[in-house]
Ligand binder design. Structure first.
Ligand SMILES: Nc1ncnc2c1ncn2[C@@H]1O[C@H](COP(=O)(O)OP(=O)(O)O)[C@@H](O)[C@H]1O
Ligand SMILES: [Mg+2]
Length: 267
């Protein structure tokens, strides 16, 4: 078995015959992810097919179809065409959102988030209630959302992108998925040396232009970014992480609570 990828929660190995094996470090996340990814592989033509469950050295895992190509984060890092690839990612994200999602039985993002925000333990009740009121004011939407549409979850081949890691897939408004991507691009705590992190403003501008052209719904994306900021600040506080970026999130949330639109997370 050749290790080809992975992160905090799992390792991914090439096992031949067009398959990879994803083995979980913590078996707690396994079943939910297995079921979600299997469902997406069975129901769509673009998510990798998920095959059998396996257990190796007491670690749970599953076999899936190997996607051929180069990991998009490496493509970007090895090239000087940051804006070209950011635009491609925007176009490809848009194509994903236009997939006919009627046959998909997935959780609805807004319903999930309302419940999720209310039970956060490191955020004040005022901010949680405000967060829920923002969600209530945004469109429901029924687009297929990936939830982590980022260069480290995309395989690049022949100028096309295919998404992996479908464990957070839901139905909801496109802008929620776009804001999630923007949040992850802005957050310097993950992939801090990646070109898209080091040039986040330039990357975001080209990504949004690839998705929307010139008509970017800034105010809706801004509201979804506030929701992301609340959720992620809670996660940082729970992990006792405190740095310039967590302070930035805190300021961003409080400035907008005082006056919506008085502070933006990206330029
Ligand atoms: N179906 C696949 N085909 C080829 N490589 C894959 C596949 N799934 C995952 N990988 C590789 O493993 C890495 C981690 O996989 P991923 O499912 O995103 O795990 P994690 O939950 O740790 O983020 C990916 O970035 C990619 O390099
Ligand atoms: Mg991943």
């Amino acid at each position: 078995m050749i290790l080809i990828g992975g992160g905090d929660s799992a390792d991914v190995y090439q096992i031949g015959h067009g398959r990879v094996l994803k083995l979980f470090k913590d078996n707690e996340y396994f079943i939910r992810e297995y079921e979600a990814c299997k469902y997406m592989g069975d129901m769509t033509s673009f998510a990798p097919q998920v095959f059998n469950k396996v257990c190796v050295d007491n670690k749970d895992g599953y076999e899936m179809q190997e996607l051929i190509g180069e990991l998009f984060v490496d493509v970007i890092d090895d090239s000087d065409e940051l804006e070209y690839y950011a635009e491609l990612m925007g176009q490809s994200h848009k194509m994903l959102h236009s997939w006919d999602s009627r046959s998909l039985a997935l959780p609805h993002l807004k319903e999930r988030l309302r419940i999720y925000i209310i039970q956060l333990s490191h955020i004040s009740d005022d901010i949680k209630k405000w967060g829920v009121s923002i969600i209530d004011g945004l469109e429901d939407g029924r687009s297929l959302l990936h939830g982590d549409y980022m260069p480290y979850n995309l395989m690049y081949l022949d100028d096309k992108l295919t998404a992996m890691d479908w464990s957070d897939a839901m139905l909801g408004p496109k802008e929620a998925d776009i804001a999630r991507t923007l949040y992850f691009i802005i957050d310097p705590n993950d992939y801090e040396d990646a070109k898209y992190t080091l040039n986040s403003n330039k990357f975001i501008e080209a990504y949004l232009s690839g998705y929307y052209g010139n008509e970017i719904p800034v105010s809706v994306i801004h509201r979804w970014l506030i929701i992301n900021a609340i959720i992620e600040l809670d996660r940082f506080l729970a992990l006792r992480v405190s740095n310039k970026f967590t302070q930035r999130l805190d300021d961003f949330i409080h400035n907008n609570l005082k006056e919506m639109g008085s502070d933006y997370l990206f330029e």
